[in-house]
Write a protein that binds this ligand. Sequence first.
Ligand code: 7TS
Length: 407
Amino acid sequence: MVEAASFRGDFPILQRRIHGQPLAYLDSAATTQKPRAVIEALTVFYEQHNANVHRGVYTLSEEASALYESARAKVARHLGADSPRSIVFTRGTTEALNLVAAGWAGSRLRPGDEIVATEVEHHSNLIPWQMAARHTGASLRLARLGADQTLDVGHLLSLIGPRTRLVAVSLTSNVLGTVTPLGEIVARAHAVGARVVVDAAQAAAHLRFDVRALDCDFLAVSGHKLYGPTGIGALYGKPDCLEEVEPVQGGGGMIEWVEAQTARWGPLPARLEAGTPSVADAHALGAALDYLRPRMEEALRHEQRLTAYALERLLAVPGLTLFGPKKPVLRAGVFAFNLPGVHPHDAAELLDGQGVALRAGHHCCQPLMRRLGVTATLRASLAIYSSTEDVDRLVAGLSTVRAALAS
Ligand code: 7TS
């Protein structure tokens, strides 16, 4: 038994009832719920500080600009970046990875160059590299899943060679819950002069890491998986790496001067943030980090205990197939599983009727699904506010699902 998270009361949506039942929200890998502090930050911004940034000399615009830049500094601190100038605000992980693919790979790769990624990746960390490869004539090589249903790191290392220019890998898988050991991968990539892009979408709220210690060149996160709002995320880049990224969007805020036929780009990070940014969302992401950081140690301990508890309970469900490693030390609180003879979508619908919210589908990982020999799975995922009761309600719900649907 794991104590109910003390954080639960901070999340107003968890008071909701669904079909007359209390909500057991188990889809935090898709998006986390928001603490009151984040919801209030959005309201306070629009009620007190709303103006466009970097343009006005009047008080409101100065306040909005200061809040926007303060949020950038908070993201830099959370990721362990040396300077806020290493942080480019984006709409999320997808946009951050596409920015590297179009703005870095798209302008620097040549036929014969190689991009190395993995079969485990979310489509957001696969399709941009397919597009960059198609656009430049480079080729894309994918490291395979090992027999133990974790990434075959040895295979990945063997793919990194003299033609490798870029290695793209996730820190935490959104299906397997595995955490990729990046040390040797980064060292090997750097030894051949390749850049390393890390998809930290699933890691940023649930794992302690530091971009300086990882020594990665780029790293992408989404605010909405970090207890912040949708529509805001970040790309971290080492200064010399960000300098190599060509803007893929031109417009206001990114130039030094403009003539009729030409323009000179302004300094980083604004150069890569053309147009009016999501100022309120950036500010509220800062509020999410203010909320999370002092609670991080306790939250991680809670999630680890609950992960162990959920694993034990799920593995005890008769016939349940759990994908990925079975030991809690190797995994985050993400569990993809199936019940024999039960379509995941039917199960998720029945569980919804009991107030249990979890995802069914391919989780934007079709190559991985193919490798696992399935087209879809159920997936439950945990966060700071998850409780033993949520897990118990899922497990109880799975019994009724088996009784109703198993063939
Ligand atoms: N990378 C990983 C590992 C992810 O899990 C996701 C989203 C993304 C990238 C893309 O993030 P976005 O914020 O830009 O959309 N993952 C999921 C998921 O597992 N279910 O819904 C979204």
